[in-house]
Ligand binder design. Structure first.
Ligand code: AMP
Length: 922
């Protein structure tokens, strides 16, 4: 006799209990159902068997059918006590200390008809602690708890059975349960109650469904573990627009709040000047008089059009006007205020306003201006203009309150309108005209242009301070066209309309004083020409004009195709000004017969075709190597013109630091341009290939050459526009020559050139800010580019501004950022670069000054010792290295072979070498 106690296991929420009532068990044979009391004397049921003294025991205890409810894996928890065989009096005999557990799956009630062989064994159950007689005396209950699991189960239910083979057991409780992942809401997704899988390591993937008013692109998922836990949530639902999440569900936005995008977690307050009328709003409506564009972000306030700009002022300069105004008082709450300019001029004939048309240019542009100023160029002088500066913003076109503008009147100057013919002879016509009524300043002079009717390409210009002239040396019986314009300090005005006057017939009698013998006319013409040439040469002006004979206040020039034709004048002529570009090619280049050229190798690729090299053999000359640029087949007429345009430019130059044109091949195909051959190719590639290989003197020598070539070009009046190391060629003696000529569109061929907001293509990193901003290309902007070339050379071909974007470069330069000195760059050179990069283009050095400064540095190498930043300590250099001998200096500039010659001719110290230069350049 002993007492037992039941222990009630608290039901965990995730555990579904199928059966834990012992009264559900069948019992058979010698298992006895015994009513007991627990430690608290509460009645309990146990099933006991204790046939330890008898042989061949096989006592079964079986449950009724336990329905699985779909569970595939079921747990059985047993509580029992077991007698220690050793403690039994009179020997152990057949006593056992274990029992077996079985199960049998079935879809039907089978009662007691199940045969022993049908059962599957779950396990043999042993006790952790068995009890003895002593325990009974002390009323100590040694209760064992064991859990086993069954599965996978596939049928509706199963029977459990316990087999005793001769032990002393009391089965106190049997609890059968399975595990499930209970229904939950996670990340706004509802996951249904889920029974765990059959395998202990199995994770069941379960798809959730979004709770009301929530959505998901992909349905969220979670995993139900064998232990009944939800694991690894994937994805989530979000409240749809107009709703926000609150305690696991989606609630409508309150009044005055909205939610327009799923990305925002919560409803936002309506921005200023907007409201909602209902809950759950996805957007707010604008108050009256306020607007929103389609592209305005939802959280942006509703806005209004701006008021008119204020305080507009104009500043006339020659034929351009700078307009400036103050921002509108009311910007409407927006940052995208822009300005449009309307330009009208007073028509001379009708005295009515008419639109300015496309001849007038606006810098940077006419409409959509961001800044509150604009430069208007190419206006007619002597003309009245009205400018209306209109302010608009993003919502201006959504409303119609009338244009908001400020207007201002600008008078450039008045044109000459009345021209009268005076006396006319068979070779002359005298003209007079009226000074404009309102000349807008003091008239400095008039310019009279005339030409024979239908011969406009060949015209004459006379300048006069008076309001009358005599045009002579005209053909008899011929109609001439005259146009007159005035110049004030504001610049030239537009020409008057065309006046047609005719000379008298050859034989007609006339009182004209120009009726002089033909010989006299001939002499006069000769004198004029002589005076023109002498005057020009004496005045030293390259494209000036000489005094004409008749009036000290009158000057005369003859033009052909727009060029002043004076022998011996070295001025660059733009091939564009030729009506027929072939004529320019003809004039400036030499035709070479293709049989004189042998193409040997392809050395590069140009925009128009391959660049090759090979020998050129000209009659009476030694064969020498040349570069041959070819124009690929299938070119258009425009391409041919552009291709040969470069030759027409190059052919006008003759300088040791400008690539030399040998000639062109145009009479056979392919069309070719033949230039001197530069063995080391383009400078940027050459420097990268020879990183760190040159002495400072050698680098400065290269820079000096480039500056000298540029000085020559600027003296000729040629602006390069694309000066960069890639456009410099290097020969075998390290002589650098400027190449890559063309008209402005040459930039189209440069991979570095980027389109600017104004449409032109510009190599941003090399170009001066004023050239980028308003296409002001001058020799001063070439000087800026030269500074960049210096930087490229001193850093051995590093890319200016490295990988910064073009936009960032423009911005940085505008903000006064300048490239830092390259490593080991002499301070004197960096100073020169910085000078070239002055914002004010007039403060930049001229190429002439650059050449003479570099000459001084080369002659005085110790001036290059101080470095901007050094990769090594400069004080580790040998003492006194600044005091060079002539020999060292010559070595330094790779001229060592001349040392002996210098010594022989008395140049024994550097001072003696430098002296004559010092005298020359100071
Ligand atoms: P270009 O079309 O002038 O930019 O020429 C394309 C490439 O051909 C250059 O980058 C050079 O590498 C090479 N090249 C052009 N002209 C010469 C020349 N006169 N001597 C040697 N290489 C040249």
């Amino acid at each position: 006799q002993y007492h037992v106690t039941t222990i009630t296991i608290p039901c965990q929420y995730h555990v579904n209990i199928l059966c834990h009532n012992l009264s559900d068990l069948w019992w058979e044979q010698l298992w006895e159902e015994i009513g007991e009391v627990d430690e608290n004397y509460a009645p309990i049921h146990t099933y006991q068997v204790c046939k330890v003294m008898e042989h061949n025991q096989n006592n079964w205890l079986q449950t009724n059918l336990i329905v699985t409810e779909g569970a595939q894996r079921v747990f059985v928890e047993l509580q029992f006590t077991l007698r220690d065989c050793n403690s039994l009096p009179g020997g152990v005999g057949t006593c056992k200390e274990t029992f077996n557990m079985y199960y049998y799956e079935s879809n039907d009630e089978e009662g007691r008809n199940i045969r022993e062989s049908h059962y599957s064994k779950v396990d043999t159950i042993a006790a952790d602690e068995s009890f003895t007689e002593l325990d009974l005396g002390d009323r100590v209950m040694k209760l064992n708890t064991e859990v086993r699991d069954l599965g996978p189960l596939t049928k509706k239910g199963f029977y459990l059975a316990f087999q005793d083979l001769g032990a002393c057991i009391a089965l106190v409780s049997v609890r059968v349960f399975y595990k499930r992942c209970p229904s939950v809401v996670k990340n706004l997704a509802q996951f249904q109650d889920t029974i765990t899988g059959s395998d202990s390591s199995q994770l069941l993937e379960v798809a959730g469904s979004c709770v009301n008013n929530s959505v998901a692109e992909d349905l969220p998922r979670m995993h139900c573990s064998a232990e009944g836990e939800w694991l690894v949530p994937i994805g989530k639902c979000v409240c749809q627009v107009g709703f926000e999440e609150l305690n696991g569900s989606c609630q409508e936005c309150r009044l005055g709040f909205f939610r327009s995008v799923l990305q925002n977690p919560t409803c936002s307050k309506c921005p200023p000047h907007s409201f909602t009328r209902v809950q759950g709003a996805t957007s707010c409506s604008c108050e009256e008089g306020y607007y929103k564009t389609d592209t305005d972000p939802p959280n942006m306030a509703c806005t209004r059009p701006p008021s008119a700009p204020r305080n507009a002022i104009s500043n006339v300069n020659e034929t351009s006007v700078f307009l400036e105004w103050a921002v509108p008082e009311e910007t409407g709450g927006r940052k995208d205020v822009r300005y449009n300019i309307r330009c009208r001029k007073i028509s001379v004939d009708s005295r009515r306003y008419e639109e300015c048309g496309s001849a007038v240019r606006f810098l940077p542009q006419r409409s959509g201006l961001r800044d509150n100023s604009v430069m208007v160029v190419d206006l007619l002088a002597h003309t009245n203009y009205t400018f209306e500066v209109e302010a608009i913003n993003g919502v201006s076109e959504l409303t119609n309150p009338g244009r908001q503008f400020v207007s201002l009147n600008v008078t450039t100057n008045q044109a000459v309108s009345v021209v009268r013919k005076g006396k006319s002879g068979k070779n002359s016509i005298s003209l007079s005209w009226q000074k404009p009524d309102r000349p807008n300043g003091i008239i400095l002079e008039y310019e009279i242009k005339y030409f024979e009717k239908d011969q406009e390409t060949s015209y004459t210009i006379i300048k006069s301070k008076e309001t009358e002239i005599l045009a002579d040396a005209l053909k008899p019986s011929s109609v001439y066209i005259f146009q007159i314009r005035a110049r004030t300090s504001a610049g030239y005005g537009g020409f008057s309309r065309r006046f047609e006057f005719e000379t008298s017939p050859y034989l007609a009698a006339s009182s004209d004083q120009s009726q002089v013998p033909i010989v006299a006319v001939g002499i006069t013409v000769a004198v004029i020409l002589l005076a023109l040439v002498t005057g020009f040469l004496l005045s030293g002006r390259r494209c000036g004009y000489s005094k004409a004979k008749q009036d000290p206040d009158e000057e005369k020039m003859h033009f052909h195709n727009g060029h002043i034709k004076f022998p011996g004048v070295r001025t660059y002529i733009d091939p564009h000004t030729y009506e027929d570009p072939n004529q320019a090619v003809h004039e400036f280049t030499q035709e070479i017969d293709v049989s004189c050229i042998t193409i040997e190798r392809v050395i590069g690729a140009g925009e128009f075709g391959e660049v090759c090299s090979g020998p050129l053999r000209l009659t009476g000359k030694r064969e020498f190597p040349v570069a041959i640029k070819t124009l690929k087949a299938g070119y258009s007429e425009q391409q041919r013109r552009d291709f040969l345009g470069e030759a027409s430019i190059m052919g006008q130059f003759d300088h040791p630091n400008i690539i030399h044109l040998e000639g062109v091949v145009t009479k056979s195909k392919p069309v070719m341009i033949i230039t001197e051959f530069m063995e080391n190719g383009s400078l940027d590639t050459f420097l990268k290939k020879n990183d760190g290989q040159f002495t400072v003197i050698q680098l400065v020598g290269m820079l000096r050459g480039i500056a000298s070539g540029m000085k020559y070009l600027s003296d000729m009046g040629y602006v390069h526009r694309d000066l960069a190391a890639r456009n410099i060629l290097v020969n075998s003696n390290l002589v650098c020559k400027v190449s890559d000529f063309g008209l402005s569109r040459v930039l189209e061929d440069d991979a570095e050139a980027a389109y600017t907001t104004r449409g032109g293509k510009i190599p941003i990193r090399w170009t001066a800010p004023e050239a980028i901003a308003f296409r002001k290309f001058t020799s001063a902007s070439d000087v800026w580019s030269y500074g960049i070339v210096m930087w490229e050379v001193m850093s051995y071909g590093e890319r200016p501004y490295w990988e910064m974007s073009n936009q960032d470069v423009i911005k940085a330069v505008e903000d006064s950022y300048r490239l830092p000195g390259p490593m080991d760059c002499p301070a004197a050179l960096y100073h020169l670069m910085m000078d070239c990069w002055q914002k004010d283009r007039n403060s930049r050095p001229k190429f002439e000054e650059i050449v003479s400064l570099l000459d001084k540095l080369i002659r005085n190498p110790s001036s290059l010792k101080a470095l901007v930043n050094s990769s090594h300590r400069s004080d580790s250099e040998p003492e006194g290295s600044g005091h060079q001998s002539v020999g060292e200096w010559l070595e330094g500039i790779k001229m060592g072979r001349y040392n002996e010659l210098f010594m022989e001719t008395g140049y024994t110290s550097l001072e003696v070498v430098i002296l004559p230069h010092l005298l020359l350049y100071g």
